[in-house]
Design a protein around this ligand. Structure first.
Ligand SMILES: C[S@@+](CC[C@H](N)C(=O)[O-])C[C@H]1O[C@@H](n2cnc3c(N)ncnc32)[C@H](O)[C@@H]1O
Length: 432
């Protein structure tokens, strides 16, 4: 079937498309969306950051091709920042029109309405897996970067690789032989579900090896905070970074520069989640509560080791849930920009043998004051109606006194009753 080809540079605005504010986009950059496409769209901040992380010198020359471009937000960010023509393909005609309009919006925002990349950009309405048909409609431009963000079933916690539309297997089978070659072979950016299990990621690795044998790869975990992995992607060949098997990207809510951790081992060597150990806590050792999304990327141990030294012993007393907990001998000194990757860190000054409750909270205040504590945060699991009451009581009582340090109470990894009082830097140091 022939493709309808939209030329964003010659487009009239379509008033039927809905304008929706993307809270991650700068003022003045507003995107439109076709039929039910807004929830699928890549946030501008993520798209722009991805484009900035690509090394143009390692990308083969040619266009950016997005074979399932949705509203085209990711495609427009890549094309505008890399200054390469965009080719988007989208099954749904209203989403394809939105892509064309968004490309225009982004080009205008970059002052690039006459730039060759924009003038040469195209959006095709139809099936992105029919490579021959697409090339016949476009006259075979070189493809410098293949981008795929397939639609996934919504509202399901788990899903199959086969449920992605279009399927990465079909897309790679159609397009891999047609991609331009750079110093690291072709370049591909595969957006995947953050919910893929390690086994599913390994199946993807095997599928990648079928179509692009031995291609270099960097797996990227993205998080907006709260310990959640929000995005998972595989960057292949010219899109990958040599020697970087894994990357963790934390996007700050205020739109500022993301925090990036890189390193780790190739995925087939292991999931690299730390093992939980049960052993009694030792007074004087340090406890850190680590970001759960960083842990999921397999980069928590290399990251901690880079700050604590290769000889440091890391003992994990919790690896699941919201508060992964690691014990180590030396304090964890972090630059302010890295502190977002830990929820709290401090030295064990006391073992508390009862879970906090309204009957014993005053004893906890006394113990905190003995250790010069100005603020004690409860970082242990408590019933939702009890937690705020106890925290409020601690805050009120400690604010009237003259402690200087920040502290937290966490589980000891020895059953529900045993807790640890851990003391960190002074309030001023912690907020600096
Ligand atoms: C997750 S969305 C892409 C969102 C996009 N990254 C953005 O920034 O807006 C995936 C899109 O793939 C489209 N799609 C599914 N199968 C397709 C196919 N075979 N060919 C082209 N597009 C397809 C869907 O209609 C959907 O709009």
């Amino acid at each position: 079937m022939a493709y309808e080809v939209l030329v964003p540079a010659e487009l009239e605005e379509d008033p039927s498309l809905t304008v929706v504010r993307d809270s991650t986009a700068p003022d003045g950059l507003h995107f439109v969306h076709g039929e039910a496409a807004k929830p699928l769209a890549t946030p501008w901040q993520v798209g722009a950051e991805r484009a900035a992380l690509l090394n143009p010198e390692r990308l083969p020359s040619g266009v950016v091709l997005d074979v399932a471009c949705g509203s085209g937000v990711q495609l427009a960010a890549l094309a505008a920042i890399l200054e390469r023509p965009a080719v988007g393909i989208e099954l749904d005609p209203s989403r394809a029109r939105a892509s064309a309009q968004n490309l225009r919006t982004v080009a205008a925002w970059f002052g690039a309405l006459n730039a060759p990349w924009f003038v040469q950009s195209r959006v095709l309405v139809g099936n992105g897996t029919n490579a021959e048909g697409v090339l016949a409609a476009l006259g075979s431009p070189g493809i410098g970067l293949l981008q795929l963000d397939p639609a996934r079933p919504r509202n399901s916690r788990t899903h199959d690789l086969e449920e992605m539309a279009p399927s990465p297997n079909e897309v790679l089978s159609a397009w891999a032989p047609l991609l331009a070659q750079g110093p690291d072979g072709p370049a591909v950016l595969l957006d995947l579900s953050p919910r893929l299990t390690h086994e599913q990621r390994l199946s993807l690795e095997a599928m990648i090896d079928t179509h692009l044998p031995g291609v270099q790869r960097t797996w990227v975990w993205g998080s907006r905070g709260g310990g959640r992995v929000d995005r998972l992607s595989a960057w292949l060949g010219g899109a990958s970074t040599p020697e970087v098997a894994r990357r963790f990207v934390r996007y700050p809510a205020n739109g500022s520069m993301p925090l990036i951790v890189e390193g780790g081992r190739a995925l087939p060597l292991g999931e690299d989640l730390p093992e939980q150990v049960r052993r009694p806590p030792r007074r004087g050792e340090h406890v850190s509560l680590v970001d759960a999304a960083l842990l999921a990327s397999g980069l928590a141990e290399p990251w901690l080791t880079s700050h604590l030294g290769a000889e440091a012993t890391l003992t994990w007393t919790a690896v699941e849930g919201r508060r992964p907990q690691v014990h180590h001998d030396a304090p964890l000194g972090l630059d302010p920009n890295q502190r977002g990757l830990i929820q709290a860190s401090g030295r064990i000054v006391a073992v508390v043998h009862h879970a906090p409750n309204e009957g014993n909270i005053d004893d906890l205040v006394v113990m905190a004051l003995e250790h010069d504590v100005a603020r004690l945060t409860l970082r242990c699991t408590l019933p939702a109606d009890v937690q705020p009451k106890l925290q409020g009581s601690l805050d009120r009582q400690l604010s009237r006194r003259h402690g200087r340090r920040q502290a937290f109470l966490c589980h000891a990894g020895q059953g529900p009753e045993v807790h640890l009082l851990c003391v960190g830097p002074t309030v001023q140091e912690g907020t600096r």
